[in-house]
Design a binder for this molecule. Structure first.
Ligand code: C2E
Ligand code: CA
Ligand code: CA
Length: 430
């Protein structure tokens, strides 16, 4: 019915030479409301928001709920009117509301698209939706007008996803490795595999640009399985040649939650003859703390297999100490943001210090990532970090370069420790 209204309104606008504005209104982080207060409260909150929206409806307007947390409001008038209305809506929608015993402050993102300014009436819904997503991506709680670039970005992303589908088969993915070193001896303890995509036209693409894309387009299993195969192959090869260090991979949340992830990992480790305890899976704190069955089951399975688990980007999420203990992870990586701020922020220093103490009391090792300066290194040493990683020691590099770097006589900070350059860490019985 809404679409019919939209077409009729566009027709009237054509006849009278007037304009239309479509506002797409999305509730931000609504899953949080559901999770925190329960579904019934979530429904109650949506109803209240709908009532607030309904107060704005005048003759010639149309209001509909498109899906779970999305509403659309059709307004006759010029774009400037749409902007004024969006402004007013923002103010009204964010007023606190009572849900049961709780006072909650909702947040919404609004996208605007106008007819005929932005294009045909049939495209308007899609445009307003894109604009709403842009508002949400910029942090939410604001409104954004559609612009052409958003459509372009969307197309470019879809194209990239299509290319990615064939990238594994065409052997365009590759792994770079970045060493972790022992804070005291500077021995290399591990190499973290970081995936890259050698795109035939776009050049080397960083994981930040395509991992999320892979997750959105259902390709993360494909990419993730390749990373496991390649990293275990490389780890086995290094072992054979006497380089005794662990290899780490990054595992995304979507990948971890997929059926049979832990089984596939176990199988791959076995076929390469690698001890699970010598192979590390880095999982971000946010994912590790997800209290969903699928995530916790996969993590428990990995712990039972004896896979070495590292909690990545620690300090940015909301950890439950109880859950952290239950995880049985061996390693914790202090997020780069804290390391970067060590020199000039007392807060960062305090947080880093607390993380080290907490991790040690839970019998976990602490790795600091993103170490770029000697001051940062010294500070992290003082705090009692066990291992360090960052450009100060080495950037991520191809496997071959890592071998050369670690065994050459270049002016590397590791030079003095050449005889025992590689070391295994805390693997029982070795
Ligand atoms: P991450 O796991 O936190 O990896 C560290 C990132 O910081 C890497 O970026 C690395 O190149 C960069 N880095 C390391 N040392 C320094 C330093 O001293 N200074 C600065 N400024 N940066 C440093 P990269 O390789 O672009 O990877 C970005 C992210 O992509 C990774 O963050 C990880 O979350 C994800 N990623 C990489 N490979 C994979 C993968 O195979 N699977 C999945 N699921 N995610 C991956
Ligand atoms: Ca990592
Ligand atoms: Ca990290």
């Amino acid at each position: 019915m809404f679409e019919r209204e939209l077409l009729a309104a566009a027709h009237r606008a054509d006849l009278h030479g007037t304009h239309l504005v479509l506002l797409c209104i999305g509730v931000d982080a609504f899953e949080l409301v559901n999770e925190t207060y329960g579904r019934a409260s979530g429904d109650a909150a949506l109803k209240q928001l709908a009532q607030r929206l309904a107060r704005f409806v005048r003759t010639g307007y149309a209001l509909a709920r498109l899906g779970g947390t999305e509403f659309v409001l059709l307004v006759p008038g010029a774009l400037s009117h749409g902007h004024a209305l969006a402004e007013e809506l923002m103010r009204v929608l964010r007023e606190p509301m009572q849900i049961g015993a709780q006072r909650v402050q909702p947040s919404c993102s609004i996208g605007l698209a106008a007819y005929p300014n932005h294009g045909a009436s049939t495209l308007l819904m899609g445009y307003a939706d894109l604009a709403m997503r842009a508002a949400r991506d910029s942090g939410g709680g604001c409104y954004v007008e559609f612009d052409r670039q958003m459509g372009e970005d969307q197309r470019a992303q879809a194209e990239l996803a299509r290319d990615l589908r064939g990238a594994v088969e065409r052997q365009e993915l590759l792994l770079y490795y970045q060493p972790k070193v022992d804070a005291l001896t500077l021995q290399v303890t591990a190499a973290e595999a970081l995936v890259r995509w050698q795109h035939p036209r776009r050049g080397l693409i960083s994981p930040d640009k395509f991992i999320v894309l892979a997750e959105r387009h259902g390709l993360i299993g494909l990419v993730g399985d390749w990373v496991i195969r390649e990293a275990t192959r490389q780890a086995a090869e290094w072992r054979k040649r006497g380089l005794r260090m662990r290899v780490a991979i990054n595992v995304s949340g979507v990948q971890l939650r997929q059926d049979g992830f832990a089984e596939r990992l176990a199988e791959q480790l076995k076929s390469q003859g690698l001890q699970p305890g010598r192979f590390t899976c880095e999982i971000t704190e946010t994912v590790a703390m997800e209290d969903t069955q699928a995530t916790q089951r996969a993590l428990a399975h990995m712990a039972n297999m004896g896979v070495h688990v590292s909690i990545d980007d620690f300090g940015t999420g909301h950890s439950s100490l109880a859950l952290l203990r239950r995880l049985r992870a061996e390693e914790l990586k202090i997020d780069r943001a804290f390391v970067t701020d060590l020199g000039h922020s007392a807060d960062a220093l305090a947080v880093a210090k607390a993380i080290v103490q907490m991790a040690h009391s839970l019998d976990m090792k602490v790795v600091a990532e993103g170490v770029e300066t000697e001051q940062q290194r010294d500070c992290l040493l003082d705090l009692g970090c066990d291992e360090l990683q960052g450009f100060l020691f080495a950037k991520p590099m191809p496997a071959k370069s890592l071998e050369l770097w670690a065994t050459s006589d270049q002016d590397s900070p590791l030079h003095a420790f050449r005889p025992s350059l590689f070391s295994d860490t805390n693997v029982a019985g070795i």
